[in-house]
Write a protein that binds this ligand. Structure first.
Ligand SMILES: Cc1ncc(C[n+]2csc(CCOP(=O)(O)OP(=O)(O)O)c2C)c(N)n1
Ligand SMILES: [Mg+2]
Length: 357
């Protein structure tokens, strides 16, 4: 075969692949548009607003990190916003949320203000953890957001205990526990699922499967890669969910919440997603290709949702521009708040060590 023929063949192949991607995209958009029927416009626009706010706040955080204004570790959630926003949109304000160190999005969606999140990233006194937690330890008991946990899988038994407390006290509160797929290999995950089903606890375990644990792909670390199947071992209900479709996440969480609130039973949701940035700000990213990242960026949850809203005539260019401007204003204000907030006082070293301080 001549090299010219080879080039033609590649072009034909690209065209076929491109058509396949477009077809898949159109199909997902149609599914999302069908799901929109179940939710009012105000809620849909709030969901878009939250996803855009989280994205822009983190883009700004990356900038501040590069300028040396944010120290320590910083794990961005860019690409995964539909998981936190979709799931939390199915909760009541008095429900509990616990998650890992990749938690800026969950904190915002649970109601911690952008000012307090940004100030915490800056390590300032105005932060939600008084500047003593940083990026990995956002916390606010006032909105039932119980962290921000840096030990992989550490939040899973804690969430199980929180759900036990709700049941013991006779409330109908539900606990949502988020973790990455690498945490599923921890014993704590298995012990918790066993206990939750045995004790009938209202806990929803959400595995955000972004397919990598630091630089290690799922295939290299897990013998059974279908995470949702693992629930069978403990007789726990489970679902596999597309994490790029915010409404698919919302609907699956609604089903799990109903099971938890009415029947006091746990659920495992495996939500397939992808992080567009490195594991943390210091990740050189040489374990995956540019082409792989671009493939998933085509399926950006914010792009998909915006396109669906526009086609359903629930959003136009002007409304989108207004939303972006409102978000930009909030993010700029959060940065100003963080910059102007004081450093924690030296005495703060001795507070919050034991309870009741
Ligand atoms: C018990 C424990 N072991 C190892 C680490 C180091 N570590 C931090 S993040 C991480 C990968 C976790 O990946 P995953 O659970 O998939 O979450 P993701 O970062 O993808 O959101 C590891 C191994 C840790 N923090 N805690
Ligand atoms: Mg992961």
């Amino acid at each position: 075969m001549s090299s010219a023929a080879g080039v033609v063949a590649q072009e034909v192949l690209d065209e076929v692949n491109g058509a396949e991607v477009r077809e898949e995209h159109d199909q997902r958009k149609q599914e999302q548009k069908d799901r929109m029927e179940a939710t009012n416009r105000e809620t849909l626009l709030r969901i878009l607003y939250q996803m855009v706010l989280i994205r822009r706040l983190e883009e700004k955080a990356a900038e501040s990190y590069s300028l040396g204004k944010i120290g320590g570790f910083c794990h961005l959630y860019i690409g995964q916003e539909a998981v936190a926003v979709g799931a939390l949109s199915a909760l009541r304000p008095d429900d509990y949320v616990l998650t890992s160190y990749r938690e800026h999005g969950h904190a915002i969606a649970k109601g911690i203000s952008p000012d307090e999140v940004m100030a915490e990233l800056y390590g300032k006194a105005g932060g939600c953890s008084s500047g003593k937690g940083g990026s990995m330890h956002l916390f606010d008991a006032n909105v039932n957001f119980l962290g921000g946990h840096a030990i992989v899988g550490g939040q899973i038994p804690l969430a199980t205990g929180v759900a036990f407390a709700s049941k013991y006290r006779g409330t109908d509160q539900v606990t949502l526990c988020f973790f990455g797929e690498a945490a599923v290999n921890q014993g704590a995950f298995h012990e918790s699922l066993n206990m939750a089903q045995l004790y009938k606890l209202p806990c929803i375990y959400i595995c955000e499967n972004n397919q990598y644990g630091m630089g290690t792909s799922l295939e290299r670390a897990m013998s059974l890669q279908d995470v949702s199947q693992k629930a069978c071992a403990y007789d726990v209900a489970s679902e596999f969910v597309d994490g790029m479709d915010v409404l698919a996440v919302r609907e699956a969480t609604e089903r799990a919440v109903a099971r938890a609130r009415r029947e006091q039973l746990p659920t495992l949701l495996e939500i397939r997603t992808y992080r567009f940035m490195g594991h943390s700000m210091s990740d050189p990213g040489n374990y995956r290709t540019r082409a792989e990242i671009e493939k998933y960026q085509e399926r950006d949850p914010i792009k998909l949702f915006t396109a669906s809203l526009k086609e359903k005539k629930l959003l136009d260019d002007q409304a989108l521009a207004d939303l972006e401007q409102r978000v930009r204003g909030e993010v700029d204000a959060a940065v100003r708040f963080a910059e102007e907030s004081p450093e924690p006082a030296p005495e703060e070293l001795f507070t919050h060590i034991y309870a009741n301080q």
